[in-house]
Structure formats: C-alpha cells, structure tokens
Design a protein around this ligand. Structure first.
Ligand code: SF4
Ligand code: MG
Length: 313
C-alpha cells in the first residue's frame, strides 16, 4: 500500500546528499492467495526493489506491506525472521545465491537450520525429498554448484526456496539467464509446484513474453510506478496503456487473427533520478497530449479489475 523506496544520491567531495532516486514511488496492489502476479518492466523500473521491499530485505521509505492481514512493515527483526519461513525469493542468477564452497546438501539444509526445523536426520531426509521434487536426484546431494548446468542450478535455487514450506514466493527473473528451451522446463516446474503446494507467486520479468502463461494477472511498471494491471488474458488481448502496447509489440504472438495497432516508443528510458514531469512516459509516448506534460495521471480502475494510469482513459 503506497509503497515507496527513495535512495539518496551522494556527491561532491563531502559526499553530501545531492538528490534521490525514486526507485519505487507509490505502489498499491494486492496478490491473491494461490495466484501468480507477473510484474513486468524495463531494467531500472523498480521491479526488483519492489520484490525486496515486500520481503523486507529493504526497508520502505514510506508505505506498508500487509501479509495475511498483518502489517509486516512494523514487525521487529526477530518477528520478521519467523515470518521469513513463509516468504521466500528465487533469484535470477542462482549461481550468485548458492555458496560455491558448499555442496547441495549443505545449501538446502541451511534454511532448515536457520529456522530450527528438524533434527539432522530429518533435515537430510527432507533435502533428498526436495531434490526429487524439483526434478533432480538424491545422488546430487554431495555435488557442488559448479557441477550443475544453469537449469539445474535454478532447480536448486527453487528447492532452497521451498525448504521451509513457504506460501509466497517472489521469483525475480528466475529464467532470464537460461536458454529458451530450459526456460520452459523451469516455468513448467514452477507451475507444477504451485498446483501441488498452493503457492502464491510474484513473478518479476523484463519482458511480457515470459510471464504470459504463468501469470493470472500482470502489472506493468514504468519508472517506479505501476502504469497498468489486469488479468493476463485481458492485458495481452486488449492493452490500454501506450507503454504496455509498445512492450507487447516486442513480443511475438502466436495468434494470426489478432491484429495489434503498431505503437512506437522513441528514445531511452529516462533516469529515475530525474523523471519527467506529469506522466513519466510522456517523453516517449506517441499519444502525448498537453495535459500529460504537467499532470500525473492517477492509477485508476477503468473497467472491473483493470487499472491504468493514463489521461486517455
Ligand atoms: Fe501517453 Fe499521456 Fe497516457 Fe502518458 S498520460 S501514456 S503521455 S497519453
Ligand atoms: Mg532486476
């Protein structure tokens, strides 16, 4: 609810604060239990920061995160540690999050030790069970991260996230570093696990293609804000925001009957430390009107469940 994260920019010889980057600048949305919410945007739009704010790996500048009816932004560190069992993250590069000096058994055991779950024997059993669940084998337990392929390493990353039986998983570009053929295997695994364990996913990606099939709803971010959010089916069939239309133009569609109006986006994404006035997209929007340059459009519900921030609607 109204989530913000502003990072100071320090400069000069004295390192004084010279400005700030509004990485996340007023986000409000909900995720339903058991659904997958895709969050999409170009790099620097604040999507990873959003994921970290939800898990409180970063403290928000303003706003709240409410999880199972509890405001977790006001919890103490020790209360938060208990809750972390229930919320886990999968990273883009599992290699960076897996300790290269530890074998898989030790890597997967760690979350159980941190949360005081089970004795040594139970932990070892659970590690072997989990390896099977993510499509690896118990004989992989004694191997080290470098002995696996990228796809297998992401399976280990997923296994690690699942060790504590979480209900919410934030997946931050979990397949972006993988070959296309391997991407679909990992996405299928994630879908199977979701069905089996009733998991809720927030799935962060930089293009709309990847999240299309896995997401129930998709939100599009631009410069720290959501600009459109609706059911997946609707977003791909009938996008409203000019930026969403432009992003979709970059995604090939398999449906030959579906025609999309071509939308151009000119120029680079502006710096989040100096965002344009009014609608932050106005410098690149081919539908820009006078009002867009001075007044920021509200993020409002224009049809049931379809939210958009644009003066055209
Ligand atoms: Fe384009 Fe104006 Fe809509 Fe922004 S508010 S996306 S500039 S039409
Ligand atoms: Mg990122």
């Amino acid at each position: 609810s109204n989530l913000k994260k502003h990072f100071p920019i320090n400069g000069g010889v004295l390192g004084k604060r010279v400005g700030e980057v509004k990485a996340v600048d007023g986000l409000s949305f909900f995720v339903k239990k058991g659904e997958t919410l895709g969050i999409v945007g170009e790099s620097g739009c604040g999507k990873s920061t959003t994921g970290r704010l939800i898990l409180r790996l970063l403290e928000p500048t303003e706003g709240k995160v409410i999880f199972n009816n509890q405001d977790i932004t006001s919890l103490s560190n020790s209360e938060m540690r208990k809750l972390r069992r229930d919320m886990q993250i999968i990273f883009q590069d599992p290699y960076a999050s897996l300790n290269p000096r530890h074998n898989v058994e030790k890597i997967l055991e760690e979350p159980l030790i941190v949360h005081g779950i089970g004795d040594k024997k139970e932990r070892k059993r659970k590690v072997r069970e989990m390896l099977e669940i993510v499509g690896l084998s118990s004989y992989h337990a004694k191997r080290y991260p470098h002995q696996f392929s990228g796809g297998q390493r992401q399976r280990i990353g997923i296994a690690k996230a699942l060790m504590t039986n979480p209900s919410l998983i934030i997946a931050d570009e979990p397949v972006s570093a993988l070959d296309v053929s391997i991407q679909s295997q990992v996405l299928n695994l994630m879908e199977d696990l979701q069905k089996e364990y009733g998991l809720t996913y927030i799935f962060i990606a930089h293009d709309l293609g990847v999240v299309r099939h896995i997401s129930d709803r998709v939100g599009v971010m631009y410069l720290g804000r959501l600009i459109e959010l609706t059911d997946s089916e609707k977003l791909y069939r009938k996008p409203l925001h000019p930026y969403t239309k432009a992003l979709l133009d970059a995604v090939p569609i398999p449906d030959p009957d579906y025609k999309r109006e071509a939308i151009e986006v000119s120029g680079e994404i502006p710096s989040p430390s100096n965002p344009p006035s009014g609608c932050a997209f106005h410098t690149r929007c081919s539908s820009c009107m006078d009002i867009c340059k001075s007044i920021r459009p509200d993020f409002k519900e224009v049809e049931p469940g379809h939210y958009v921030a644009c003066h055209l609607y």
